[in-house]
Design a protein around this ligand. Sequence first.
Ligand code: ATP
Ligand code: MG
Length: 330
Amino acid sequence: MSSTPDIVTVVLRTPDRQLDATLRPSLWDEYVGQSHVKNNVQVLLEAAKKRNDMPEHVLFYGPPGVGKTTLAHLVASTLEAPLRNTSGVAIERPGDLAAILTNLEPGSILFIDEIHQLSRKIEELLYPALESGVLDIVLGKGPSARTVELTLPAFMLVGATTRVAQLSGPLRSRFGGGVYQLDFYSDEDLRAIIKRSAKVLGLDAPSTVVEKIASRSRATPRVANALLKRVRDYAEVHEKELTPEVCDAACLLFGIDPLGLTKDDRRYLQTLQDGFKGGPAGVRALASALHEDPDTIENVYEPYLLRLGFIERSSRGRILTDTGRSYLKS
Ligand SMILES: Nc1ncnc2c1ncn2[C@@H]1O[C@H](COP(=O)(O)OP(=O)(O)OP(=O)(O)O)[C@@H](O)[C@H]1O
Ligand SMILES: [Mg+2]
């Protein structure tokens, strides 16, 4: 039986969209870190604005909660362009794509989240739309079927994915404006994000509390914001000030350790050690032993464990490292 997922897993798997929207930076200056991506995208946008042209399409990839959707919003606001949001799973049939593209306001940003989930058929329909701004639509069936070429309103595609390896080569090559990897955040950047979020939420968070939350946030802004909110709730319920001690007590209750790891992470590491003798273990076998789906294993648990150096991915599967073993002993 799978145990109830802990709060970090929930935050990463089913984000609090309202909290995301409340705390989402609306200015480039508020978007902390990722300077390589920021600088490149800003040049792309400014150059296009000067030419009075649409920028080339861009793709952002990286683990959940690191700021991909936020960047799409910033792109749209910089260009003062309407943002049309959709996702790879939502575009099932050619008609779905045709409806979206033909209804775009000229100069729009089309944001396709989890773009790796587009089917091949949809991808192929998308290529001419991205390259030459046309859509080939087949009218009728059988021998009388004919293809009509529709000219589309000008648009810029912003794609986002947590699974860049699953993106087809041809689709990837259509992002002429760049394919940008978003990294995990440094503690310093997380502290800046938490400070700003505390201000937006009207909280008085001393730097000792900000530091504690930052170091438990799995290098991920969304986790940092969610943790800040949960610690605030805890302090309110116990009618206490936000202090490092209250923060520790709250994290203890949530099962979050000083590295930001939770019981789900420890269960993963323990299973890899005990059930698979430290690996290599295939992701499917691990997922089945943990009663989880492989997607959650790969997207929610593993990115941060890899970053900590607790596991390695090899062609034969996942391996528990010496650092990972030492953590389990501690
Ligand atoms: N660079 C940043 N600076 C400040 N806040 C950030 C930054 N990146 C993300 N955030 C905060 O984290 C929240 C989650 O970010 P966002 O929704 O952009 O992540 P995502 O990469 O799109 O995640 P997912 O893969 O789950 O869609 C945002 O609402 C915002 O408050
Ligand atoms: Mg997103």
